[in-house]
Design a protein around this ligand. Structure first.
Ligand code: NI
Length: 228
């Protein structure tokens, strides 16, 4: 399942992040610094150095916004979120077909994170650049994703994906991975559907006892399926 989460940031908030990232003293490095054996030969972009104070400050801003986003929480059921990173693609830069590594060391710790979900948070308005689409092979269908500044796409880390070459302007984004409480994508998807239905029933003041029962089913399934 690919999920578009609109307005994690407003357009002005995305602009403010972009301004910080594109400041002359921002610590940009070769994107291959964090690529694995599969990704390195096809990865051509720049990233903010992941241990830099700027990466951590802006990463924390992103994490705080995600914690306030009910759609993200409901869909991802996050257990651990990898410290968000930031990249940019200038004309001629791209990232060829790859699958994200299954397990990553969390920087600065000895902890490992299993990548269940991958996320890209777009920070540049789409009219400011050409190319740069995130293309994701969803089952057998190729989906081309280019979102408004401040919008996020969440997708299973198991999918092959790539970033098309930018041909004009520059694409700045934030990206990160999520280890979900619910490892199995089908179980997670069922819980997401059930949660959305419960929210809708709550908004219509439907039978209160039935809603309690249904909410109980949600939590009891989450209890069966979650690992912490
Ligand atoms: Ni990737």
């Amino acid at each position: 399942m690919l999920l578009h989460i609109p307005m994690v940031f407003s357009a002005p908030q995305a602009q403010a992040l972009r301004t910080r990232l594109l400041a002359p003293d921002a610590p940009w490095v070769d994107g291959r610094a964090t690529a694995g054996h599969q990704g390195a030969p096809v990865k051509h972009n720049r990233q903010i150095a992941e241990h830099s104070p700027l990466a951590r400050e802006l990463g924390d801003t992103v994490l705080a916004a995600l914690e306030r986003n009910p759609l993200f929480i409901s869909a991802a059921l996050p257990n651990h979120v990898y410290p968000p990173m930031f990249n940019r693609y200038a004309p001629g830069m791209d990232f060829g077909d790859h699958v994200d590594g299954a397990v990553r060391m969390v920087p600065g710790t000895t902890a490992k994170l299993r990548t269940d979900l991958s996320a890209t948070l777009f920070l540049t308005p789409p009219e400011d650049y050409e190319g740069g689409e995130l293309q994701i092979l969803d089952s057998s269908q190729l989906r081309s994703i280019k979102l408004a500044a401040g919008d996020l796409i969440l997708y299973p880390s198991t999918y092959v994906h790539r970033v098309e070459a930018v041909t004009r302007g520059e694409r700045v984004s934030c990206f990160f991975w999520v280890q979900s409480l619910v490892r199995d994508a089908a179980c997670r998807s069922l819980l997401f559907d059930m949660d959305r239905a419960i929210q809708r029933l709550g908004a219509t003041n439907a039978d209160a006892a039935a809603r309690v029962q249904l909410t109980g089913c949600y939590h009891n399934l989450l209890r069966r399926w979650s690992e912490t």
